[in-house]
Design a protein around this ligand. Structure first.
Ligand code: XMP
Length: 526
């Protein structure tokens, strides 16, 4: 499924145009929660996407800019030419109003700025997006500008005390505009409003289900791969395993999985993944020990992005080498997810920035020489888990905690050496074992250790002074890794972990707890 053509000929979804809002992912999720496929695009890519077909409606997101600012995102009004139903949210409403001949006024004082909760009153004919919504109702506002004069054809549907045109609708063009944010939970009837837009206004169908995704994906894979062979980097985690399963369904034993021991794995990982796949799957899996090469590449490197790029390149080398053993392995399979893509590329014309280069996205060389096969590129991890379960994959795979492709390299802050890997592996094993033994793992997204660099600290052990490394304990809850909360672990569990690490892991004399959420932090330290 490529971005430009992926939906052609398939069921109709929603194209979300991202004007730079922090809520864009949330809009996508909300739409999918209603069983409708959604895809986010940049303003620059929107017209091509609409023309490629496959979309039954457009949502224009909010954004941090004013339509009057010189660097406001530019969207070609031709996006409206196909006459698709449109929902404009916040900046999306302001862009629509301006594009269609209305008037947007900048904030000039208390009356036009509105942030936080607001009470929305509905007019007598508020339009179909307010069906089954009783006014007044609480909505979430976050805007400086507002629409002073609606474009011709629009009827005002709802107001707040400071925003007379808080919602408007043009029945003939099927365009709805909302100054508030229906996607956030603070807007009490937000899901009803979105539902009304999707099913009553746009007449979409709720056909985005695990079964349909598997069917569609397998068909698209067969079309893409033809008679070729695929080499897939298998880590044993849920993403690459589900990707492998889908590709295997599509092309059977023309799929060759490669498990790379890069020297950056967790304790016992290689043996456990080998066993897991032998027991559960009839796939061709080979193990390549490339640990020497990876660790040599990383010697003396401390910059996180450099580490990621070196690792990405070395992975590609190993995959190419593996591919050369087969007759027609022109394809490289990967378990890339939607958040990996979004966080690795400044996808929105500068409005968002690269957070970190996920090795399977940002670290690929331009002359890869293989075509990518990424069946999960448009999915969130929780959706991938649902798909995996629908294909009867074992819980051992589906519920495995995520482990980043670059492995311990992004959990060893500073220089990576074999010794430091060993040290972190030992500490991490204690963290994992204790959390799982205490029955606390089920509610956690990830739990692991991080080794800090030269920040040694003074301690005392057995009456002697120590001057050694701290290990960070990181445990988070999350739904999709886009946001995360640090987890509150029981005190006795924390005490056991701390005691065991300090007693059993030579070179560590302090254990600290990371209590940072995402944002502002990220889950991994690098
Ligand atoms: P961050 O640290 O960006 O991580 O909050 C979000 C999720 O992604 C995982 N992660 C990666 N996964 N390749 C991967 O396959 C990578 O390069 C990578 N970096 C981070 C991380 O473990 C978390 O679940």
């Amino acid at each position: 499924m490529t971005e430009a053509t992926g939906r052609k000929g398939l069921r109709r979804g929603v194209l979300i145009v991202d004007f730079g809002t922090q809520y864009c992912q949330l809009i996508a999720r909300r739409v999918r929660e209603h069983g409708v496929f959604s895809h986010i695009t940049t303003p620059a890519g929107a017209v091509a996407q609409v023309e490629a077909g496959g979309y039954g409606a457009i949502i224009l997101s909010g954004g941090p800019r004013s339509v009057y600012e010189a660097d406001a995102p530019v969207l070609d009004p031709a996006v409206l030419d196909r006459g698709l139903p449109v929902l404009g949210i916040c900046y999306g409403m302001q862009w629509l109003s301006r594009a269609l001949g209305g008037e947007v006024v900048p904030a000039t004082g208390e009356t036009s700025r509105e942030y936080g909760h607001a009470e929305l009153s509905l007019n007598s004919t508020p339009g179909p997006v307010f069906d089954r919504v009783a006014g007044p109702t609480q909505v979430w506002m976050s805007h400086g500008d507002e629409v002073a004069t609606l474009p011709e054809g629009f009827v005002v549907g709802a107001s707040t005390p400071t925003c007379p045109n808080a919602a408007a609708y043009d029945a003939s063009r099927r365009i709805a505009m909302l100054q508030f944010h229906p996607e956030v939970t603070h807007t009490v009837e937000g899901q009803t409003i979105l539902r009304n837009f999707l099913f009553d206004v746009a007449q979409l169908e709720a056909d985005w289900s695990p079964g349909s995704i598997v069917e569609e994906t397998v068909a698209a894979l067969r079309e893409q791969i033809g008679t070729g062979e695929v080499v897939l980097g298998l880590s044993g985690g849920v993403d690459s395993s589900v990707a492998a399963m889908l590709i295997h369904r599509a092309i059977g034993d023309r799929l060759h999985c490669v498990f790379v021991d890069n020297g950056l794995l967790r304790a016992g990982e290689r043996a456990s993944v080998e066993g897991l796949f032998q027991r559960n799957f009839e796939m061709d899996v080979c193990v390549v020990d490339a640990s020497e090469r990876f660790l040599e590449d990383l010697a003396g490197v401390t910059n996180p992005e450099k580490k990621r790029h070196l690792i990405g390149h070395r992975f590609v080398d190993v995959f190419r080498e593996a591919a050369s053993r087969y007759e027609d392995a022109r394809f490289l399979g990967q378990g890339t997810l939607y958040p990996d893509v979004i966080e690795s590329v400044a996808a929105h014309g500068g409005a968002t920035s690269v957070i970190k280069s996920h090795h399977n996205v940002g670290g690929l060389p331009e002359d890869l020489g293989m075509e990518l096969v990424e069946p999960l590129r448009q999915l969130f991890k929780d959706e991938v888990r649902v798909i995996g379960r629908s294909m009867d994959m074992p819980a051992e795979v589906i519920d495995r905690q995520p482990f980043p492709g670059p492995g311990l390299a992004v959990r060893i802050v500073g220089e990576i050496t074999r010794e430091r890997c060993e040290l972190l592996r030992d500490a991490d094993r204690i963290i994992t074992t204790e959390i799982e033994a205490a029955g606390c793992s089920a509610g956690l997204w990830q739990y692991f250790g991080v080794l800090l660099p030269t920040v040694q600290s003074v301690g005392v052990m057995g009456d002697a002074r120590t001057y050694e490394n701290p290990v960070v304990l990181r445990a988070v809850t999350s739904a999709d890794a886009m946001t995360a909360d640090w987890a509150f672990l029981p005190e006795d569990l924390l005490r056991r972990i701390s005691n065991r690490i300090i007693n059993e892991v030579r070179g560590v004399n302090r254990v600290v707890l990371d209590i940072t959420s995402k944002p502002p932090g990220t889950i991994e330290w690098e």
